[in-house]
Ligand binder design. Structure first.
Ligand code: 8YV
Length: 312
């Protein structure tokens, strides 16, 4: 007699090659079906979700048999870890498999911002090259780059940027004894940097870490790049800084209320706007989705998951 398939609540969508495995191995239910099927709701032992989607505390409260939450993504700021810890629910994410993709996107966005690549493309398409040369832009080489959050992705970004001849420093909770300069004070790092790259985890502890004083310290020749979470930047302060020339410009892949983006950004020529595509490659998303599923498989086969959220 084969074991019953574990009850699984699915939040969000997954690539077809992973969805077919989910369907084959689990008794899946969607949030909107919980009311209609309370018996299956009571039998849900796992949640599979995506890191840009919230797992509300109220939803967890409806699942008395919940054992594990497996999220597709490195971020877990939308999962109430205080609740899962209290209930003894394991939380897993998908670290490492997306480092290169996010690091590539960060470097690409920075170069596009400094060298004004979107504006140059529009310049040619609009036939304006016939009128004259595209205005000079800004080099990356020789710049001072400050990285806020020197985790695995931050290190991948730093290693890539070294090849561009920049001077690197970083800010985070601790001095990791790396080859790059550690700056314990964020405003000092911003003051010393031409470019500030935000790649720290989201969550209550880092909300609005980049605020008006930090932007003021970054200064009118300074550039901001955010590939982490929108919550790390005070949107109102950033918009004011961009509109008033407090900083030179910004490249943003994440926003506080994404996918809703404040329309004031659309009027600005000194900002690059991206739709949270840091990990959005075929290869990376497939690897992330597979690891998300493999965490569940490992849990139900051995009682141990593969990549449990650190320190929680
Ligand atoms: C996407 C991310 O949001 O890994 C994260 O935490 O923010 C991105 O990779 C995620 O892949 C969506 O599932």
């Amino acid at each position: 007699m084969t074991a019953a398939k574990p009850g699984l609540l699915q939040i969000g969508t997954f690539v077809p090659e992973v969805q077919s495995q989910i369907d084959a191995e689990f008794d899946g239910i969607l949030p909107e079906d919980l009311d209609r099927d309370p018996v299956r709701a009571a039998a849900v032992r796992a949640i599979i979700t995506r890191s840009n989607l919230a797992v509300p505390e109220a939803l967890i409260a409806r699942l008395p048999a919940l054992e594990i939450v497996s999220t597709c993504g490195v971020g877990y700021d939308l999962i109430p870890l205080d609740v899962t810890a209290r209930r003894g629910i394991v939380v897993t994410n998908t670290p490492n498999v997306l480092n290169a993709a996010v690091a590539e996107l960060c470097v690409g966005a920075l170069l596009a911002l400094l060298r004004r690549l979107p504006q140059a493309d529009r310049y040619v398409r609009a036939g304006r090259w016939l009128e004259g040369q595209f205005p000079l832009a800004t080099s990356l080489a020789g710049k001072h780059v400050g990285i806020v959050g020197m985790g695995r992705i931050g290190k991948d970004i730093a290693r890539r940027l070294e090849l561009f001849g920049v001077m690197l420093a970083y800010h985070g909770r601790t001095d990791q004894g790396l080859a790059w300069r550690y700056e314990a004070d964020l405003q000092t790092l911003a003051r010393d940097s031409d470019i500030l790259i935000v790649v720290a985890p989201g969550g209550p502890e880092t909300r609005h870490l980049i605020d008006a004083p930090v932007l003021q310290a970054l200064g009118p020749q300074g550039w901001l790049v955010n590939v982490a979470r929108g919550s790390l930047v005070d949107t109102g302060a950033l918009l004011a800084a961009l509109e008033q020339g407090t900083i030179a410009g910004a490249a943003l892949d994440v926003f506080e209320d994404e996918p809703h983006v404040d329309a004031r950004f659309f009027a600005l020529d000194n900002v690059l706007l991206l739709p949270h595509i840091g990990s959005a490659t075929h290869e990376t998303r497939a690897a992330m989705a597979q690891l998300t599923l493999d965490n569940l498989r490992a849990w139900f086969r051995s009682g141990r998951a593969l990549t449990v959220v650190e320190g929680k």
